[in-house]
Design a protein around this ligand. Structure first.
Ligand code: AMP
Length: 387
């Protein structure tokens, strides 16, 4: 039996963004030390970690040194190179395993794995040339969504193709050797399940959360999603199957489209905590980041019970457009929680923080969190009340 990694041990994180930061905060609360490795300094994670190592993921000597200094390694974004996790695995456990990362970080591998496992995914075909694309468009019909196989997130590296005649332009826009063409889904809504799986197979889940996107970036998440109970149960059952088939030890998010005819289709998975799970920090008994710590350390998982309906609004750099946001105005709502990630520069589209609101009804929570975010923006708060 594998022994649990107990408080006092050192946890290693590859990647230094906000997900690593919230992981490190949860880990330190539980009495662990945290070392983070990424190519940057003064990072959201580094600011709260015990040790920030600035090194390229391909600098395998530094990566090995990092892995030797910790008891377990996890990652906070998908684009960590496979060779980096392979090196770490020589010195300590990597959880989830590098093989999970390898499958998830390429849309073609991910979707093929899920489809072959009998799970419902958005219909797709592999595309490696403009000829492939033309044939796929003729067979699949338009509109369709062309996505890069590698390095895609938050809608980056994707283009909607409206007619077969647009194949050439779409292929040159992406300019990659490998892509997938997906059927365009005229969905009813987007949902996600964040789930955790322990070393012994224990499973807990959050949600489904109901998600709205703006410019392909998550904008608002609500929990619980306003959907029939049977759909919620099915989304959780599918998510459980995904984590089990991939043998995930850690946290994983499964994102779905719910079609107008009530069918659930997996859009993508992420083998780490997810933006749509940020509201678990304030709304659930155990948050997704604490579950990540518990799961990778081989500890029992915590209760994922929802304490209160809640809504989360992302704060992108755009909120800073008119100057420093009006924090005082937003915080006048006593059920509002402010989370900022310590990023130095606010750029349009950059995730800088989020707000969470708890309320008796999920619709009320969403209304308040949207209003509070509007109040933050200088020059746009006249007549707005945070409710
Ligand atoms: P992704 O980066 O693949 O998660 O895509 C970002 C967002 O683009 C999704 O959350 C959807 O809002 C939209 N999108 C992606 N793929 C499709 C699709 N096949 N049909 C309709 N909308 C899509």
């Amino acid at each position: 039996m594998t022994r649990p990694i107990l408080p006092g041990a050192t946890l290693g994180m590859l990647g230094s963004g906000q997900l690593g930061r919230m992981f490190a905060i949860a880990a330190r609360r539980l009495g662990y030390r945290v070392h983070v490795l990424s190519p940057d300094t003064n990072t959201p994670t580094g600011q709260v970690a015990d040790l920030e190592i600035c090194a390229d993921y391909h600098d395998l000597d530094r990566v090995a040194e990092f892995a030797r200094s910790v008891d377990v390694v996890s990652f906070e974004f998908e684009n960590v190179p496979a060779e980096t996790t392979e090196i770490c695995q020589r010195y300590c456990p990597v959880r989830p395993a590098g093989s999970v990362l390898f499958t998830s970080q390429n849309r073609l591998r991910e979707k093929t794995f899920l489809r072959d496992a009998g799970l419902p995914v958005t219909p797709f075909v592999a595309v490696r040339s403009v000829e492939d694309l033309t044939t796929a468009l003729q067979q699949q019909g338009t509109p369709a969504v062309l996505k890069t196989a590698d390095w895609g997130y938050d809608g980056k590296g994707q283009v909607v193709v409206r007619s077969v005649a647009d194949a050439g332009a779409a292929w040159s826009t992406l300019n990659v050797p490998q892509a997938i063409l997906e059927k365009f889904i005229d969905f009813e809504c987007e949902l996600s399940v964040v789930a955790a799986r322990g070393l012994d197979g224990e499973f807990v889940s959050y949600g489904p959360m109901g998600n709205s996107h703006s410019h392909h970036i998550l904008d608002i998440s609500i929990c619980p999603a306003v959907i029939p109970a049977a759909v919620a149960a099915e989304a959780i059952a599918i998510s459980r199957a995904v984590l089990e088939k991939l043998d995930v030890v850690g946290v994983m998010c499964v994102e779905f489209f719910l079609t107008k005819s009530g069918q659930l289709l997996i859009n993508e998975t992420a083998p780490r905590p997810h933006n749509s799970g940020h509201l678990t920090i304030d709304a659930h008994v155990t948050c997704q980041f604490e579950q990540q710590v518990r799961a990778i350390c081989g500890l029992p998982l915590g209760s994922s019970e929802l304490r209160s309906p809640s809504a989360m609004a992302n704060l992108l750099g755009d909120v800073w457009e008119g100057g420093e946001p009006d924090w005082v105005a937003a915080l006048k709502h006593s059920n509002l929680k402010l989370h900022l990630y310590g990023k130095q520069e606010a750029r349009a589209g950059r995730k800088m923080g989020h707000l969470t609101v708890l309320a008796d009804q999920v619709q009320a929570a969403e209304q308040i969190v949207r209003a509070a975010r509007t109040t933050l923006k200088r020059g746009s708060n006249i007549g707005n009340d945070v409710g």
